[in-house]
Design a protein around this ligand. Structure first.
Ligand code: FES
Length: 233
């Protein structure tokens, strides 16, 4: 969720107050949270408590799991020789149901996979697209890697943040190369690749996302014409 200060009306405001109330810079908004010793993970340097009971696999009798989620997780598990290899798609499925990898989502996934919640938390806290805190349901990942940066990605990111404001339904983040440099500057909008996005496109893009309609259809990568006429139906 992006939190931005509301704009003040046009009035004479002392300079110190203006600075205090100025919107956070893009750099500040993108600052990575740091914990002890500069770690991105809280508690990494705390000694393990060897006197604690080992974490338990959740009991199916007391851990209700939605039927569709259980079926999807089991389907993923069946694809791999070692079922633990399904941890990422299983967590992604739980995230789609719960909005993020909440304690409940972790418990349900652990229950179906017969793993400890700690095992899955270790996976979820490592991978960028598995959310370990609540986020807005609409995901806009603006690529700010080299090709997109050279084509104005930083300005695009700032413009998207401005347009979204403090709407809690949005999860706007910058991302490293999303692998679609030929449509730079681009973004992944609820998993749809869109680009090149101009600053003037942004109000329409955000409006379409709010309305739940496909974003900028004429700029969606998967709708582009291909040399293979059968590639896009
Ligand atoms: S640098 Fe943006 S998609 Fe590659």
């Amino acid at each position: 969720m992006i939190v931005r200060r509301k704009k003040r009306g046009a009035s004479i405001v002392p300079e110190a107050e203006r600075e205090r109330d100025a919107p956070p810079t893009l750099a500040a908004q993108q600052t990575v949270a740091r914990f002890g010793h500069g770690s991105r993970v809280p508690g990494w340097d705390e000694a393990a408590d060897l006197t604690k009971d080992p974490a338990e696999v959740p009991d199916p009798a007391t851990t209700p799991v939605p039927g569709a989620l259980r079926a999807e997780i089991e389907e993923h598990m069946a694809k791999y020789p070692d079922f633990r290899s399904a941890a990422i798609p299983a967590l992604a499925a739980a995230q789609r149901v719960h909005g993020w990898c909440s304690p409940e989502a972790i418990e349900q996934t652990a229950c179906v996979m017969r793993l400890t919640p700690g095992y899955l938390i270790a996976v979820a806290s490592f991978y960028d697209m598995l959310e370990t805190s609540p986020v807005g349901r609409n995901r806009i990942y603006v690529c700010t890697n080299i090709s997109c940066s050279l084509c104005g990605a930083d300005e695009l990111m700032a413009r998207v943040l401005e347009e979204v404001g403090d709407d809690p339904d949005f999860n706007v983040r910058s991302f490293e190369c999303l692998g679609a440099c030929d449509i730079a500057p681009m973004a992944s909008v609820n998993d749809i690749y869109v680009g090149p996005i101009t600053l003037d496109d942004v109000p329409m893009l955000v409006e379409q996302v709010r309305a739940g309609v496909p974003p900028l259809p004429n700029k969606q990568l998967h709708l582009r014409k291909s040399t293979d006429p059968g590639a896009v139906s």
